[in-house]
Design a protein around this ligand. Structure first.
Ligand code: NIG
Ligand code: FE
Length: 411
């Protein structure tokens, strides 16, 4: 049966002509309709407009949304929600003064999660991951990208990607899988990087491609992790199997990695806590989406992505959570949007654009998701009664969501 929402206080992110992303000054514009209706047919958006134009339809489910805001679900284009256990001890160690880098150098960090993952059965990892996925869906996330990268062995990486595949099969929201074998060098390859890169390229990638387990390829391009040259090799190898790069870069240092990613045709470059003027120049006129991860900056106390400077240069920005056990044990996109406003000084309009349509671009789904547009999927958030949508970032940490709809069905 068709569903008709009536009396919607504010219907946000309405786009009559389809767009795939918004950039620069246009990010300040979040088109909305006050006192609106929204018609859902099966899994898609059939129609919307002001209440004065609301159609009189029979045999239809009518839902009164008086006082409520409706917007597209959040698109979380960067997560690591498939992992085993947690890293609570490192959290306490950081409170007591150790840095992320110091912890990693002691064998903690990514290698700590890799050890846990390799010791845990696939079924158990699936169970843990599905709880996280369900939690973020109730927090309004209606599309999610999930990375491997805590295996760092052939079996471990395949195990993670098979868990992601099962999540794809069992949940209606779009899920994209990213192969992140190049997340860190396992201890046994610390002095022999090229053998690990060979393992990724010659052993892992062909198996992953044969099982069709990944949509994208990623690497941690960073001082002390994967160099520009090593990342280029991995990006090129991935592209041979049709995996477009989405790369972790400029989290701690700027080493001209963004340039290499743009040249390789990366769909997105993610983190960007440290950004130089040269990086901004390179991103201009590229098709690569810069993705900021403010919850990560918050949790491990590192700089925030200079979003204002980047938007002033005409660039787009997407926002994502980075949900992972080490730097961001939270997948709450509402908190991301609030933190972008509070700490990065993005306006609510800019932050919502970044967390919907630009997130959809960063995971390659902006044709079907990320805005209220006829024919797009009916993935929407219905809030509790609000004063205005500004309440979403203003009341950071509060749950203002009443219901979430994915593909036309309430979850
Ligand atoms: O995006 N920066 C690299 N990877 C993850 C964190 C990995 C971890 O500490 O487990 C990130 O922050
Ligand atoms: Fe990440």
């Amino acid at each position: 049966m068709q569903k008709l929402f009536i009396n919607i206080k504010e219907l946000l992110q309405v786009r009559t002509s389809p767009i795939d992303k918004v950039s620069g000054a246009s990010m300040a514009d979040l088109p909305k309709i006050d006192n609106a209706f929204l018609l859902i047919k099966k899994d898609s958006i059939e129609n919307f407009g002001p209440m004065s134009e609301c159609p009189n339809l029979e045999n239809i489910e009518i839902i009164d949304a008086k006082g409520k805001v409706i917007l597209p679900t959040w698109v979380d284009s960067h997560t690591h929600i498939v992992y085993a256990g947690n890293r609570i001890q490192e959290f306490v160690d950081r409170i007591n003064g150790l840095s992320y880098e110091e912890i990693a150098n002691r064998g903690g960090g990514i290698l700590n999660s890799a050890k846990k993952l390799n010791e845990t059965f696939e079924e158990e990892i699936y169970e843990q991951s599905k709880l996280r996925l369900e939690e973020v869906m109730h927090q309004g996330t209606g599309a999610v990208e999930i990375k491997s990268g805590y295996g760092l062995t052939i079996e471990g990486e395949l195990k993670m990607l098979r868990v992601i595949k099962r999540l794809k099969e069992n949940y209606r929201l779009p899920i994209k899988a990213t192969f992140l074998g190049a997340h860190a060098f396992p201890i046994e390859y610390k002095e022999n990087h090229s053998d690990y890169i060979d393992l990724i390229i010659n052993e892992m990638l062909p198996k992953i491609a044969a099982e069709n387990l990944a949509d994208y390829i990623d690497a941690f391009l960073e001082t002390g992790y994967f160099s520009v040259e090593e990342t280029v090799k991995i990006m090129n190898a991935g592209k041979k199997y049709g995996l477009i790069p989405k790369i972790h870069v400029n989290q701690f240092t700027a080493i001209e990695g963004i340039k290499a990613c743009v040249e390789a045709g990366a769909l997105s470059v993610d983190h960007l806590e440290i950004v130089t003027d040269e990086d901004i120049e390179v991103l201009k006129n590229s098709n690569t989406m810069p993705v900021a991860l403010p919850s990560c900056s918050y949790f491990i106390s590192i700089p925030y992505t200079p979003a204002r400077k980047m938007m002033q240069a005409g660039l787009p920005i997407a926002l994502a959570t980075d949900f992972n056990p080490g730097t961001t044990p939270s997948g709450n996109m509402n908190f991301v949007v609030a933190t972008a406003c509070i700490k990065m000084k993005m306006t609510p309009e800019e932050a919502i654009n970044a967390a919907t349509i630009n997130g959809a671009y960063a995971m390659g789904i902006s044709k079907t998701h990320g805005s209220i547009t006829k024919g797009k999927k009916a993935n929407i958030i219905i809030t509790k009664p609000l004063t205005s949508y500004y309440q979403i970032p203003y009341e950071f940490g509060n749950n203002l969501i009443e219901k979430v709809m994915i593909d036309g069905e309430f979850i």
